[in-house]
Design a protein around this ligand. Structure first.
Ligand code: NAD
Length: 333
């Protein structure tokens, strides 16, 4: 099938071309994001392949459908950037990659925790400048600390295992669909309030939905343990960034690790080193020494990219053959 791949970077091309040897689709790569302004680029393509920073709102989907696009293939797990009701109205099928490597994101999450706790970036810069002092780099033992995991799906459960079994943390969790198997493994499900008040580290692994939008807001921050470490590798919108900045200023939030940001779509994956960024909220966040931000790279491992390319191209192949695709995103009821 002819597939227009949007927001394509050279590494996407490499992994998709390699995986496509088994499928034989016709792949066309566009650097541009797909949104209502760029949607004309997709004219004549029965399938588009998109990433979290593409915006498939109703207007974009309407134009896509009028140009004959039938399949939206997300090369990611989350689908908050696609108006599913509109896709359904325009008879389009939306598929995704629900599980490519939960380890990639879970391990990056723990990497953020360790880097923040032990101030690894600062330590490395000091040593490179010939400064071998360690004052100001004091951290804490992860062992014995309480970690609150919000969302114990594929990624959250791996984080629970690494921290519970690997580091010897006490693991609290909140999930509207708790998994009893994890409870047997030592995860203690609790209410959100208890998780907020008892956790030394809170890490977010739930999808972005109407219920989880700004789950971490001023009210939630008022309930957390003073000095808490907050980590978000899920979706930016789960955190109210302005409330978190207030929490950092007051010291209620002790440190913050982000791989996602609610206004990331026109910033992350691009190079502004020569111009600076125009987003004042992100710029403010970047001034705190106890904040570490990565640019939505938690998924970015070789294993994950191979899996993403194979599953995405397989999803399209299944639909082309008229088969049921297990990775179809159901339309909202
Ligand atoms: P998953 O569907 O396997 O798990 C999500 C879990 O969240 C489920 O157990 C679900 O019951 C739970 N949940 C739903 N609503 C909730 C709520 N209101 N409060 C608490 N929990 C709730 O998803 P996953 O594969 O583990 O992915 C988790 C998140 O990570 C998603 O937001 C996804 O978009 C994001 N993600 C980020 C990256 C990255 O590179 N940063 C990569 C992949 C996925």
């Amino acid at each position: 099938m002819k597939i227009a791949v949007f927001s394509a970077k050279p590494y996407d091309e490499d992994f998709f071309r390699k995986a496509n040897e088994a499928f034989g689709h016709e792949l066309f790569f566009f650097e541009s994001h797909l949104n209502e302004k760029t949607v004309q680029l997709a004219a004549g393509f029965p399938a588009v392949c998109v990433f979290p920073n593409d915006n498939l709102n109703r207007a974009a989907l309407k134009t896509l459908a009028s140009h004959g696009t039938k399949i939206v293939a997300l090369r990611c797990a989350g689908y908050n950037n696609v108006d599913l009701a509109a896709a359904n109205d325009f008879n389009m099928t939306v598929v995704r990659v629900p599980a490519y490597s939960p380890y990639s994101v879970a391990e990056h999450t723990v990497g953020l925790m360790l880097a923040l706790n032990r101030k690894l970036c600062k330590a490395n810069s000091r040593v490179r400048e010939g400064n071998f002092t360690i004052g100001g780099l004091l951290g804490f033992d992860m062992h014995g600390k309480t970690v609150g995991i919000i969302g114990t799906g594929r990624i959250g459960s791996v984080v629970a295992t690494i921290l519970g079994k690997g580091f010897g943390c006490r693991v609290l969790a909140y999930d509207p669909s708790p998994n009893l198997h994890y409870e047997e493994q030592g995860v203690c499900y609790t209410g959100l309030d208890q998780l907020f008040s008892q956790s030394d580290i809170i890490t977010l692994h739930c999808p972005l939905t109407a219920q989880t939008h700004h789950l971490i807001d001023e009210v939630a921050i008022a309930k957390v343990k003073p000095g808490v470490m907050l980590i978000n590798t899920s979706r930016g919108g789960v955190i109210d960034t302005k409330a978190v900045i207030k929490g950092l200023k007051s010291g209620k939030i002790g440190s913050l690790g982000l791989d996602v940001y609610e206004e990331e779509s026109n910033i992350f994956f691009e190079d502004f080193s020569g111009t600076g960024i125009s987003d004042d909220v992100l710029a403010r966040l970047m001034t705190f020494p106890n904040v570490m931000i990565t640019s939505h790279q938690a998924f970015f491992t070789r294993e994950a990219l191979e899996n993403i390319a194979q599953t995405t191209l397989g999803n399209v192949a299944n639909l082309e053959l008229g088969m049921n695709c297990p990775n179809e995103v159901p339309s909202p009821t």
